[in-house]
Write a new protein. Structure first.
Length: 217
């Protein structure tokens, strides 16, 4: 039987873009699967709103997020990618996070290079870690991975300009990230530049009601 991670890898090998939809609990995941979405993403923002009624600023714990992931995976067969915030701590904690992500059976995960309090660039008001700190987290995640199919993504936000986002993407890919999640870019041209110059698969988020325009890809 294929693992969720193996299913996700197979989907990503297809030509053209692949769409994932954000979910926050088992019921929303069931509805998304019934609607035909092939990949699900457990977003920290949606989990925060559904659990505590507040915006995501890093308040949801590792245990809360992964318990939610476990319930979703038990309810659907569609591969799930888990938003693991900033890895919930230093590289040692990141290693533990990866181990737990694999234990619940997720297909993939991503960690971000935001400083706490976490603040998405689509909303503004945040800051980035140094790229070297993030590289340490990515290397820890890759080393901790037991299943080579587990997709490890590195998220970086456009707080310091496209050139810096590209430089970070290159460093993160070199450290072992399978994909870059680029947030806050304002044009298709910028997203295309990141994909070409970083030479790594790129994901982005389309979210209505934020400070960034939606890209029609």
């Amino acid at each position: 039987m294929k693992t969720q991670a193996a299913k996700l890898r197979q989907l990503l090998r297809r030509p053209g873009p692949v769409v994932s939809v954000g979910v926050w609990d088992a019921f929303s995941a069931i509805v998304a699967e019934q609607e035909g979405f092939e990949i699900l993403t457990l977003f920290g923002s949606l989990t925060s709103w559904s659990m505590i009624g507040k915006p995501d600023s890093g308040s949801i714990t590792q245990t809360e997020l992964l318990d939610t992931a476990r319930r979703i995976i038990g309810a659907v067969s569609t591969p799930l990618v888990v938003d693991c915030e900033d890895g919930f701590g230093d590289p040692l904690t990141v290693r533990r996070t990866v181990q737990l992500v694999e234990q619940v059976g997720a297909a993939g995960m991503y960690i971000e290079d935001l400083k706490r309090p976490l603040r998405c660039s689509a909303l503004g008001g945040g800051q980035l870690l140094s790229s070297d700190e993030m590289v340490g987290k990515i290397r820890a995640a890759v080393e901790a991975r037991g299943n080579p199919d587990l997709l490890i993504m590195a998220r970086t936000d456009d707080y310091e300009g496209v050139d810096e986002l590209i430089a970070r993407s290159k460093k993160y890919a070199a450290a072992g990230a399978d994909m870059i999640l680029a947030i806050g870019l304002t044009s298709e041209d910028a997203l295309t530049r990141v994909g070409k110059e970083a030479d790594v698969p790129i994901a982005t988020v389309q979210a209505a009601g934020t400070g960034r325009p939606e890209l029609l890809l």
